[in-house]
Design a protein around this ligand. Structure first.
Ligand code: CTP
Ligand code: MG
Length: 387
């Protein structure tokens, strides 16, 4: 059994400096926090069996919904007032739950290091065959100086250490139990206890968000996990005798209505399909059976909302939307802005990224005054992709 402890109970005092902010592990950019980014990659890692998350009592609200989203997240527990105490609380909890931990492995990692690559985890685990503990390190690249007299130090005799720090479970548990005093990390406790430790090469990418301006690095890196997508949608509905039609959610008086199970809004249907297409989620008919009585006269906003929720799950964001409404009736030009405003409200996006074109078929095409209206959509969006 391989356990992964995420230490997120710190107060982020250096990060919060000058600005009033949330703790660094919960700081969101593009809707994604370092903790969530890390949780996703650890959850997707087949080597890890269970996750224990340690948070400050005051931050419990930030963890709402995480257990449901990440089934490997076994426990969320309150930490202590030092990193060392937080780690020991998590170890004790695992021990209590598991009882037999003889062959277990544990990796203890800072939530403030969100960009942890799979290969470091692999290397930590494989090195535990020979060692009691393993941790990633970096050589120091910058010149090191005394703060006061500015004399330089020999950087070749110094390394900086990162997390995850991986151990045979029982060994690090005993080390924490028996060693008294303050230690900056688990390797320090392990060494004091006499464990055999191996250092492996770390990565700059695995940096720790620490200071106030480190959010800039986080933001630039997290942006790299977005992928652009495009989608297309097309829908057509016949006219029948009626009192009103809906175009992009805008209801207009008419001698027609649409022949459809729902309200038949071809614009919203085509946008729904375009979103679903861009995120690889099939089509509107797959999610809502066309003849299902539940959707009789349904407001097409429910279809859009389904697509938007799926988009939200993928941390998606619409970049722009180009619509082509094909009809000979009604004239779109006078209502173009109203449709645009309406779509902007429904999709909760700025109207500047919505373009509406209209074209007629000169009463000659299969779409004409007597027959109905079609809409074609091209959408560009970006989704979060953990690779
Ligand atoms: N940590 C913890 N419990 C503590 C202190 C720290 O779980 N009592 C965690 C932090 O949440 C962080 C990691 O240990 O993920 C490394 O600590 P650090 O970078 O020092 O974070 P903070 O203590 O939050 O920051 P600061 O020291 O600036 O307050
Ligand atoms: Mg700290």
């Amino acid at each position: 059994m391989i356990h992964f402890i995420i230490l997120a109970a710190g107060k982020s005092e250096r990060f919060k400096k000058k600005r009033s902010r949330v703790s660094k592990q919960f700081y969101k950019f593009n809707g994604v926090s370092p903790l969530e980014h890390l949780m996703t990659s650890i959850s997707n890692n087949p080597q890890i069996n269970s996750i224990t998350l340690v948070v400050d009592r005051g931050d419990k609200g930030e963890t709402e919904g995480l257990k449901k989203k990440y089934p490997k997240l076994d426990t969320i527990i309150s930490g202590g007032n030092t990193r060392q105490k937080s780690a020991f609380i998590a170890l004790k909890n695992i021990r209590k739950k598991r009882v037999k931990t003889k062959n277990d492995i544990v990796l203890i990692h800072d939530a403030a290091r969100p960009f942890l690559e799979k290969k470091i985890i692999e290397k930590c685990i494989s090195n535990l065959k020979k060692y009691d503990g393993v941790f990633p390190f970096l050589n120091v690249d910058d010149a090191l100086r005394d703060k006061k007299n500015l004399n330089t130090y020999d950087r070749n005799i110094i390394i900086s250490s990162q997390t995850p720090q991986a151990f045979k479970f029982d060994k690090i548990y005993m080390a924490h139990k028996q060693i008294k005093g303050d230690y900056p990390d688990d390797v320090a406790i392990a060494i004091e206890f006499g464990l055999r430790i191996k250092k492996i090469e770390g990565q700059k990418l695995n940096f720790k968000i620490t200071n106030a301006s480190d959010n800039i690095i986080y933001e630039k890196l997290i942006d790299q996990y977005y992928r652009n997508r495009i989608g297309t949608g097309f829908d057509f509905h016949k006219f029948k005798k009626g009192k009103s039609i809906k175009i992009g959610g805008l209801k207009i008086k008419s001698k027609f209505s649409f022949e459809a199970n729902s309200d038949g809004d071809p614009v919203l249907h085509s946008i729904t399909d375009a979103i679903l297409g861009a995120i690889n989620e099939k089509d509107i008919g797959y999610h809502f059976e066309p003849d299902n009585k539940t959707y009789k006269n349904a407001n097409s906003i429910i279809f859009i909302n389904k697509a938007l929720n799926l988009l939200k799950d993928k941390k998606g964001e619409i970049i722009n939307l180009d619509l082509n409404i094909i009809c000979d009736y009604p004239k779109i030009n006078p209502i173009r802005e109203s449709i645009r405003n309406n779509i902007s409200k429904i999709l909760k996006i700025n109207k500047d990224i919505i373009n509406i074109k209209a074209t007629s078929t000169e009463d000659e095409g299969f779409v004409n005054t007597k027959k109905g209206m079609a809409c074609q959509t091209m959408i560009s969006l970006r989704v979060f992709d953990y690779g």
